[in-house]
Design a protein around this ligand. Structure first.
Ligand code: GDP
Length: 307
């Protein structure tokens, strides 16, 4: 399901390859408009419903708190209500978030760790999370939460720090190859630590959640944590650039710092490992950095990757 949008052209977007699959159909709908959901549910009668819809950028959620609540919090309630009313046998999974843990009370974080969200985004996700639990308990719906830690792939949007770094490093490689002055990477807090996980591996596990006998909530992450600084260094390493040789390749701008930060996230995914057969990759971080930087360099047509 995609929202009405005048600038999003699916054929030219990051899902262009999916459109080649004859089993893949895009429908128009919007979680902020419950009537559009109702029409779709009546038309399709789905067996499974994956709610990934959200205003998903944490920093932007301070600038647009109301719009964030509309999509990220109330949007979940609209989905649950329409399922309850139109397709009560449909299995539902809410894309919950490690941002629920926020100023985490313990490390690593599992399904029993108390929540302490630190942004309008985190608070909105908390609403969606508990509403999903409540509809499961109140109406006996097959509704569950996937508590997902940061999911990464070359499809990641450019405003997220991983893709910003990957594309920034690719740009620097091109500039150095052309003998131009490199434009530095301009970032915020380099000390924040995240559990960056491979998006495909996470999603395969979410699919398994809906194949279980009972609806339950699961933490899904790699179980390893790295700082933004480590991501930057690993990205330069992948591009075979020694940043200390140039100086000034990384700058800090307070505009990219957040009013309240989530300093440390790290998943304890043992429940998903035990019950869903989930196997976190022990080199998840290294693989993600390499894959994202190499994809960004291909897009920048960098010489290093040419045969
Ligand atoms: P998030 O974990 O969902 O907030 O994903 P992001 O990729 O947006 O941010 C991950 C971490 O990187 C946060 O702790 C940010 O404060 C930190 N960070 C540091 N510099 C930047 C930046 O320039 N952009 C973004 N988006 N995050 C940054």
């Amino acid at each position: 399901m995609v929202r009405r949008n005048t600038s999003f052209v699916p054929e030219k977007s990051f899902i262009a390859d999916c459109l080649q699959n004859p089993k893949f159909h895009l429908c128009k709908g919007d979680v902020t408009d419950p009537y559009s959901l109702e029409r779709l549910m009546e038309q399709i009668h789905p067996h499974e419903f994956y709610n990934c819809a959200a205003q998903s950028h944490v920093h932007e959620s301070w600038e647009y708190p109301i719009a964030t609540v509309d999509a990220t919090a109330k949007g979940v309630l609209h989905c649950l209500e329409v399922i309850r009313k139109v397709v009560p046998a449909c299995r539902f999974v809410q894309f919950s978030s490690s941002e629920l843990f926020g100023m985490a009370k313990e490390c690593p974080q599992n399904e029993n760790t108390p929540f302490y969200p630190r942004s309008p985004y985190g608070v909105s996700k908390l609403f969606g999370h508990w509403m999903t639990v409540n509809y499961r308990e109140s109406y006996d719906l097959f509704a569950c939460n996937a508590i997902l830690f940061n999911m990464e792939s070359p499809r990641r949007g450019p405003a997220f720090v991983t893709q910003k770094i990957a594309q920034g490093v690719a740009r620097i490689v091109t500039q150095l190859e052309l003998g131009e002055q490199p434009t530095p990477l301009v970032l915020g807090n380099l000390d924040a630590r995240r559990d960056w996980n491979d998006a495909r591996r996470s999603i395969r596990t979410v699919v398994k959640m809906l194949e279980q006998n009972e609806p339950e909530d699961y933490v899904i992450g790699s179980g390893r944590t790295h700082s933004v600084r480590e991501f930057v260094l690993a990205a330069f390493d992948t591009a075979q650039i020694d940043p200390s040789k140039y100086g000034g390749l990384v700058m800090i701008d307070p505009q990219f710092k957040r009013p309240a930060e989530v300093p440390l996230l790290c998943a304890d995914p043992r429940k998903a490992m035990k019950e869903l057969g989930y196997e976190p990759h022990n080199q998840a971080f290294e693989l993600i950095v390499a894959e994202m930087v190499e994809a960004a360099m291909r897009n920048h047509d960098c010489g290093l990757l040419r045969p």
